[in-house]
Design a protein around this ligand. Structure first.
Ligand code: DX5
Ligand code: ZN
Length: 226
């Protein structure tokens, strides 16, 4: 599968967001990953429609809106108003809303829909939704902050869900990805690699994007050939 790189702006310099986003877009990232936190679902507050509205003006690739919020359905409309058609509404299975309803409403509004699961969450919770979503997002850290350590225990779950998923389903891995572990993640079946620190805290973000892509692509080829 084609490897895609999603640059998570949670580790970008917020005062130079335009410059930072353009830099990674010039380096060829496939998605801008926007971490939205409500202070309830996770103990942090980050970006809302105000920032997404600004990003829409400069986005040349789709935005993945990663909603770490208790009630995703409440936010479909406010984000829809400031996002582009086909941007991805990535919400959590651990949230309090009915996942089928959120998928339906997000799609109806013009989003693509993705379901996300936290490291401790059993894969069985999303198996029967795999046919209904455009993307699956597997967290490899407990959500809330950039710069945490990758949890390798999620790899068997990733491998299992890749086997269960319809052919060609985009599976994103998010959290603690580095040049050291990206091959493991891609080898286990992730084809979208989200990274914040590994890109924006690197001395040369463009180079970091190219390295992550190359390492992931090599690992995914190896798995296919095995
Ligand atoms: C964590 C966020 C991640 C985070 C990744 O709650 O969902 O997208 O920004 O940051 P790194 O790549 O630094 O772990
Ligand atoms: Zn995220």
């Amino acid at each position: 599968m084609k490897i895609k790189i999603a640059a998570s702006i949670l580790a970008a310099n917020p005062l130079r967001l335009e410059e930072e986003v353009n830099r990674v877009q010039d380096a060829g990232v496939d998605l801008i990953h926007v971490d939205i936190m409500d202070g309830h679902f996770v103990p942090n507050l980050t970006m809302g429609p105000f920032i997404v509205k600004g990003l829409k003006e400069i986005a040349r690739v789709p935005m993945g809106l990663h909603l770490m919020v208790e009630h995703p359905s409440k936010f479909i409309k406010p984000f829809r108003e400031v996002a582009n058609e086909g941007d991805i509404f990535e919400f959590h299975i651990e949230s309090k809303d009915d996942p089928r309803e959120v998928i339906r409403l997000a799609r109806e509004a013009g989003f693509r829909a993705a379901i996300s699961l936290n490291p401790p969450t059993h894969p069985g919770r999303v198996e029967e939704l795999l046919e209904e979503v455009d993307m699956l997002l597997i967290m490899s850290v407990n959500p809330g902050f950039a710069g945490q350590k990758f949890i390798p225990e999620v790899l068997p779950k990733l491998r299992h869900l890749r086997e269960m998923a319809p052919e060609g389903l985009d599976i994103e891995i998010d959290g603690g990805i580095t040049e050291e572990n990206v091959a493991q993640a891609a080898g286990a079946g992730a084809n979208i690699i989200a990274a914040a620190s590994a890109i924006f805290k690197a001395p040369d973000p463009a180079r970091a994007v190219r390295n992550l892509r190359r390492l992931a692509q090599e690992a995914s080829k190896l798995t296919v050939e095995m």
